[in-house]
Ligand binder design. Structure first.
Ligand SMILES: Nc1ncnc2c1ncn2[C@@H]1O[C@H](COP(=O)(O)OP(=O)(O)OP(=O)(O)O)[C@@H](O)[C@H]1O
Ligand SMILES: [Mg+2]
Length: 489
């Protein structure tokens, strides 16, 4: 029995575990309120949780919901990276609860924010006075009090979901602050869902979370990445190498399901669109820093990115604030390899070549032995600098550091496994991007047909590395292992 399954047992009046051979799913017996201001706690059997590795989160949510039903309201902050699976987790929780009063609204990244955006989504389920207020420019004080009445009222316990709160308008943030201080007396659970990778140090939601932190009603939940084992289960029946899929996606549920749904060994258009939408919101300087990092590899020293992009540290910080890259042990790194590939593929060829030329100049000027020659050869090839390629490329057949590297430059030894089918050439003349059919996949992807004979495919540009596994996506997965003192370390 897993730890989370054991945790289910610890709340026996709420949930019971039903063994399901071959599945890591959990059937749930959830308390369901019926009428009255405080519910009678009937047990209602509902279906299995269809999500991978979310048993523990379901246990926590159910426990807090139960407390809310008993009259002690809760405000739950549900954070996680973009695509970690926050929305489906909360949706699944609502589904498991069954017929409860559920109010749900989302914030959006509007240039001109609309006050109380999420409340407006919920309007049809709100009481007439509040609904009336929301038809025009609502008086914030009045709207806040009406919403509190709504949750205190006799309609039974209420689950209120504020989706994508990292985009919340100011009126909504104030509403959450107001309700957070008063929810304890209400049979209600507020679930505030947000991308924690978009909530930088100065983000208003972070300020709000800080303000609420000391309140006894506040609970936090972080939706983690999927494990390698879960990714492997999702990839069952496909011809995609699960270890490679995990390495490229870091277990990000959205990326994993999109790659599986796309069925190709390239960056799915849905992933590319999601990444480029986020990148498009960067200021031009930050975008230049991002592009430089994409050309340098999955991770690099900040000074190197600054030198290659010609941008200041602030620009790189903006990329971190937007969650596209993370500060990682003295370096900056893309959070997922697929993000790097998507960014890199969107750089126009001329600009990419210029960035590689600059990288070659900066890295080539480092003390001898600091930067691996194959790394220099790779930049040289992408900059179309033939003389430099010849100067740095190791003789063919030697064991170069590029074994398993994703670029396949001339300095790369012959691949140990076959190239990725459907993968465009990686030479310097390759045009960026490419058109692929749109794919939309929600929830767990359907099992794909058994893979054909001939092995599994790699993912999004990488040659399959038989030994690739957890942690393999760090320094060296893109450019080969950095040399001693290499700025990518
Ligand atoms: N635990 C899981 N098991 C299987 N698939 C999952 C799981 N979590 C998420 N997914 C899949 O990943 C996709 C993305 O999930 P979801 O939309 O919930 O992410 P999110 O964190 O809300 O993303 P965003 O930050 O963009 O709103 C879902 O459509 C679903 O297919
Ligand atoms: Mg979401």
């Amino acid at each position: 029995m897993t730890a989370s399954a054991a945790a289910f047992r610890s709340v026996p009046s709420v949930m019971t575990q039903h063994a399901q051979p071959g599945l890591s799913r959990t059937s749930v017996v959830a308390t369901q309120p019926r009428g009255g201001s405080l519910p009678t706690m009937d047990k209602v059997t509902v279906g299995p949780c269809t999500l991978e590795e979310r048993d523990g989160e379901m246990v926590s949510l159910t426990r807090w919901w139960r407390e809310a039903c008993a009259g002690t309201g809760r405000l739950v902050l549900v954070g996680g990276d973009a695509g970690a699976g926050k929305t489906v987790l909360v949706e699944e929780f609502g589904r498991i609860l069954g017929d409860v009063r559920l109010l749900r609204g989302s914030s959006e990244p509007l240039t001109t924010p609309i006050a109380f955006g999420p409340l407006r989504d919920m309007a049809h389920s709100l009481s007439p006075p509040l609904r009336q207020k929301l038809t025009g420019p609502a008086d914030p004080v009045e709207a806040r009090h009406l919403m509190l009445d709504e949750l205190r009222g006799g309609a039974g316990p209420t689950l209120v979901v504020f989706e994508d709160a990292h985009w919340a308008d100011e009126a909504t943030l104030d509403l959450l602050r107001f309700l957070g201080r008063r929810i304890e007396a209400c049979p209600a659970m507020l679930v505030v869902v947000y991308r924690q990778d978009e909530v930088g140090a100065r983000h208003p939601l972070r300020v709000l979370a800080g303000d609420l932190a000391a309140l006894p009603v506040v609970r936090r939940l972080t939706v983690p990445m999927l494990s390698e084992a879960a990714v492997a289960r999702l990839a069952e029946g496909t011809d995609i190498d699960p270890a490679e899929l995990y390495r490229r996606t870091g277990g990000n549920a959205f990326f994993v399901t999109q790659v599986l749904g796309d069925g190709r060994a390239t960056v799915p258009p849905t992933v590319r669109d999601a990444v480029l939408a986020r990148a498009a919101r960067l200021e031009p300087g930050a975008r230049e820093a991002l592009d430089a990092l994409a050309c340098l590899g999955t991770r690099a020293a900040p000074w190197l990115v600054e030198a290659v992009s010609g941008r200041a540290a602030d620009d790189l910080d903006a990329c971190v604030d937007r969650g596209l890259v993370a500060a990682d042990d003295g370096a900056v790194a893309f959070r997922h390899e697929l993000v790097r590939v998507a960014v890199m593929e969107a750089i126009p060829p001329g600009r990419a070549a210029a960035l590689h030329r600059r990288a070659l100049a900066v890295l080539g000027a480092r003390p001898p032995g600091e930067v691996e020659p194959a790394r220099l050869a790779d930049h040289a090839e992408r900059a179309d600098d033939r003389a430099a390629v010849l100067a740095y490329a190791p003789p063919r057949g030697t064991t170069g550091i590029h074994a398993g590297g994703s670029h396949g430059g001339r300095g790369t030894p012959p691949p140990r496994t076959r190239s990725v089918p459907g993968q465009p050439g990686r030479g310097p003349g390759r045009p960026p991007g490419g058109t692929r059919p749109a794919v939309s996949s929600r929830r767990r992807p359907r099992r794909r047909p058994a893979r054909p004979a001939g092995g599994r495919r790699g993912v999004a540009g990488g040659r399959r590395r038989p030994s690739a596994g957890r942690g393999a996506g760090r320094a060296g997965d893109h450019r080969g292992a950095p040399g001693p003192g290499d700025p990518a370390r």
